[in-house]
Design a binder for this molecule. Sequence first.
Ligand code: ADP
Ligand code: MG
Length: 471
Amino acid sequence: MIQNIWQDFLKIVREEVGSRVVETWFKAVSLQRWDALHKEVHLQAPNTFVRNWIQQHYLSLFQIHLGRLLHVERPKVIFDSTVPASEKKKKDISKNGLEKKESNMYKAAHLIPFNAIHANHALLKKSSTYKQNGYINQSYLFDTFVVGPNNSLACAAAHAITEKPGFLYNPMFIYGGSGLGKTHLLHAIGNGIKRNHKNMSILYQTADRFVNEFINAIRFNKIHQFQKKYKTIDVLLIDDIQFISNKEQTQEAFFHIFNSLYDSHKQIVFSSDTFPQNMGGIAERLRSRLAAGLVTDIHIPTLETKIAILKKKADLSNEVISNDVAHFVASQVVSNVRELEGALIRVIAFAHLTKQPISLELAKKVLIHTNKNENRMVKVEEIVKGIEKYYSYSLAQLRSKERSKNLVLARQVMMFLMKKLTNKSLRSIGDFLGGKDHSTVKYAISKVEKKAKDQADFQKKLHHIEQEIMN
Ligand code: ADP
Ligand code: MG
């Protein structure tokens, strides 16, 4: 399925160029079709600005990784016409001269290296000290985190533990959808504790990295050093703990580390995309440890909070944006702060390159075809509830290996809806459903798609379940 290829591509390049580049430039692009005969990948960009930028800076990246996924060497990457006919008409009669500036800008942009344009752009900077100080990113602070009704509890608790780590809320477990600020808060806790307790040793670690470290420790016979490292720190911040799902041995090792730290009042903070009870493939005794302290969630920000975030982000990069621009950008991106930030970066970059002020008109121009699909993001819990209700199976049954016909279908529909309505990867959907690998999930989704295509009544049912979940 071509869409899966695109999703896999995004995942791979995210590792290579970082989330920020993906959110800013690639997320707005869609893969239209693959012409195997001519070895051409056809893409569509939301506007010429994004298209040119990608062609200039990332073409080779696209060729290498799309080539790998499509099993050809260096396919041609072709951007199909960007602007739909209706837009073009408007564009032709537009009198504001923006197009002209735009086209001059493209010429100019070809001459300016990316780094030169953005060398001073705070929003695009990655912390250079990322790998020092226990992997803590020093630009993620409480000061740079906007508090709103969606995150106030999590933020207040996070702040409180920086005063008295290990005693107030231990462990602390923050969960919520992607791009809502969990990682930011974890680093803010790390930075806060560092400031208040200079001698404490703090370690931020993603669960993925923890798993790899553990595997290497076993491979190279260094398990003793591994345990020692973790047992001697004062604060452990584990991001995306869901990735420890179905890794039994790692869980076992982590369980002992957890107990040792916990017993000596060392602070532990977790982030996850799901509520502990709903995490699949986690040993019961570990799950109960994860949820033993304060469990708090982060929701989707309200419009006001999104506007405040945009203003803060603009301020951090010494830009000023007016209320109407902030309002417009905030209304374009519904549920993911990372994407919100990406949209703002695009607008600012465009204004810089065309040497224009950041006006509403300009923002509209840049974000005109922003992919609004993400506004359908729902929580996994809501999907579980919907499926349980419609098919009368419990989550435990859905996760089991039982294979009665109806249960298999319910499970497949659940995977399909999780892919469609959340931004979970195939891998985390598989983990959630008790350790299925990503190809099983892919297969389940294609089964549901085919069934919906072939059977109108099933399509209706599917639509009905989706509506129930959305409401
Ligand atoms: P998550 O870990 O939940 O996927 P991140 O912590 O990586 O999300 O946040 C994504 C981006 O959004 C980061 O750049 C972060 O600074 C920003 N962000 C999220 N929430 C806020 C907020 N409330 N205030 C300021 N920035 C935020
Ligand atoms: Mg994160």
